[in-house]
Write a protein that binds this ligand. Sequence first.
Ligand code: HEC
Length: 151
Amino acid sequence: MKPARAKRIVLLLAAVLGAAACSSASHESSPGNSSAATAVANGQSIFQTGRDSAGSQIVAKPPALYPKCAACHRADGSGGVHLPGGAVSADLRYKALVTEQKPPYTLALLERAIATGIDNTGQPLNRVMPRWKLSKRDLHDVAYYVLTKLK
Ligand code: HEC
């Protein structure tokens, strides 16, 4: 077998195993293992490009004004972008989401905000923040990326 082909198979296996491990959300307690790395890679792809690792474009209902998180929240998650209707995108870095929030955002609260537009305090977010229709795995992975990688 050609090395490139073997490598592809290994990557594919890692992705499948990562998805299985991730759906049980068991890797949170052990960051740095390969399923966490797979989740971060998928989450980063969704956040920065609007496509998951499988190449599927993320969608929202009603359709999003821009097709990727980074378009509104900036690549570093710092936000502050002025959008139509007077909305300003939120700062998604750890300090703004966790350290300075009451209650602090958790993975579950982030997933709820991204999927339903309900914030950490139970209030609806501005409608410019899309209500994303993501698979369970994509929702988990983008929330995990935001929570652990945007500093
Ligand atoms: C079209 C612009 C736009 C896109 C695209 C977008 N957002 Fe937002 N987002 C906003 C705006 C505006 C707010 C602030 C809403 C408010 O203040 O009520 C927000 C708020 C949030 C919040 C709540 C933060 C808080 O402090 O309560 C989270 C979490 C979030 N966005 C995550 C994401 C993620 C993850 C994606 C990609 C899957 C994404 N957003 C894509 C515009 C956008």
